[in-house]
Design a protein around this ligand. Structure first.
Ligand code: PHE
Length: 431
């Protein structure tokens, strides 16, 4: 498999770095047999380990549980909405809330239990932060669906930090927060208490178990009504919305909800009818259900006009003070604390002749060394020399501090560390 080949190259490229500076590691420098501590727990490292210290520094921050944090306000509103929409016969909230599940999950939880094929692109090492071959930082809160269903929960929300190796820009950060909603229904939940339940079925009688069309319609109506209600609760009665067909391996049919804000359609969530096999993987029988997943940062950025996703990690009082109110439904029109001029430095290099180079590894290095000083990094130019056939990439790195002025000297120091690290760790030649 491609992944294995790539790991092999990576492992070969790392030793020079790991021998000289194990404590200053920007790439994962763990060797098979090493222990890695992630979120207070120890795990054996192996050839798949690619978590960096920079990523580790985000664990346990629980922004979604911090009083007066914008993500906490949004979450509060979502939970209240779900509590009031679905009640038990005795008038209590039907949904349980799970907001402190450990972010390390197994590949079984994150992928297999959700029917994500073994060769699916979303499993790639370049897209995830692996603890080792069998465990990773969850890439989505859907990773907890099966364990909670197996425990007997029928209506629940999961909230947590999720981790993805991504390009860096004002709307992408390798850590963000998701809310997952799952609702399971029995035959009598779907059809009501009828005289003779035998006449009503959840699945079509012939062939592999397929949801009865009536069941799909009932679930779809409840799911869409629930999520449209959520969007209007947060964005107001008059907000424009539309449903777009989507694909997720674990739901069918699937949709995305888009909302029109400032004349722009934005995807706000993914959802669908849970595949029967997912329920069987959780040992749940005689039930059908729906699920949705949304990114809290996306909702907060739209609701408060926050232009940059990095701001959620800021501890600057200029940021946090704008959210210091007790009623989570308070309107905020976020004001950028200070907009300092960016410093822009380019980096150009020849790729190594063996094709082991992955842009994701370069982005990791930039992220690890530059941290939150890096606002954007993107490819501006690439070309292959006609005679030597060597390929060169040029990336632009935009440095900007959220809270203060950066000097060019300071940026140059960071930039040259990135150049050095890229040379040693990735085998490129700076031009
Ligand atoms: N887990 C999906 C994602 O991260 C979202 C989703 C959740 C879609 C539940 C369908 C059902 O993109």
């Amino acid at each position: 498999m491609v992944v294995v080949t790539r790991n092999f190259h990576l492992v070969k490229l790392i030793p020079s770095l790991s021998h000289t500076s194990r404590h200053f590691s920007v790439k994962s420098t763990y060797h098979p047999g090493d222990q890695i501590t992630v979120g207070g727990r120890q795990y054996p490292a192996d050839h798949m380990t690619n978590i960096t210290p920079h990523i580790l520094s985000h664990l346990g921050k629980n922004l979604h549980l911090q009083q007066y944090h914008p993500l906490c306000h949004i979450l509060d509103r979502i939970v209240k909405y779900m509590y009031s929409r679905y009640l038990t016969p005795r008038g209590n909230p039907l949904f349980s809330v799970h907001s402190q599940l450990h972010p390390v999950v197994t590949t079984q939880q994150n992928f297999d239990s959700l029917l994500i094929p073994k060769d699916h692109v979303s499993r790639k090492k370049s897209d995830n932060f692996y603890v080792n071959e069998e465990q990773l930082l969850r890439a989505h809160t859907s990773a907890h669906q099966c364990e909670l269903m197996r425990m007997g929960f029928d209506n629940f929300l999961v909230i947590g930090d999720v981790y993805r190796r991504d390009e860096i820009d004002s709307s992408h950060y390798p850590v963000f927060h998701q809310v997952e909603g799952v609702r399971l229904l029995t035959k009598s939940d779907v059809y009501g208490k009828q005289q003779d339940m035998k006449e009503y079925e959840l699945f079509t009688p012939e062939g592999p178990p397929t949801h009865h069309p009536h069941v799909i319609n009932i679930l779809k109506a409840d799911l869409k009504d629930c999520l449209q209600g959520l969007a209007t609760t947060l964005f107001g009665r008059d907000v424009e919305m539309r449903w777009v067909d989507a694909y997720f391996p674990f739901t069918h049919p699937s949709w995305e909800l888009e909302v029109k804000l400032n004349d722009q359609w934005t995807e706000m969530l993914g959802c669908g009818i849970i595949q029967h096999q997912v329920l069987l993987n959780a040992d749940v029988e005689e039930r059908v259900g729906w699920a949705f997943g949304l990114g809290l940062e996306r909702w907060a950025m739209k609701l408060y006009q926050i232009p940059d996703i990095r701001v959620f990690w800021s501890t600057d009082p200029g940021f946090l003070s704008q959210f210091a109110f007790d009623d989570p439904a308070t309107n905020v029109n976020f004001k950028v604390v200070s907009k300092h001029t960016p410093c822009i430095n380019d980096i150009s290099f020849w790729l190594p002749s063996v094709s082991s180079y992955e842009a994701a590894d370069f982005y990791d290095i930039v992220r690890s060394i530059g941290g939150n000083l890096v606002e954007q990094v993107y490819l501006v130019d690439q070309f292959t020399h006609p005679h030597t056939s060597r390929t060169s990439h040029c990336y632009r790195i935009v440095y900007r501090h959220m809270d203060r002025i950066l000097t060019q000297e300071e940026v140059n120091r960071v930039h040259s560390r990135i150049e050095q690290e890229t040379t040693t760790a990735l085998g490129v030649t700076i031009r």
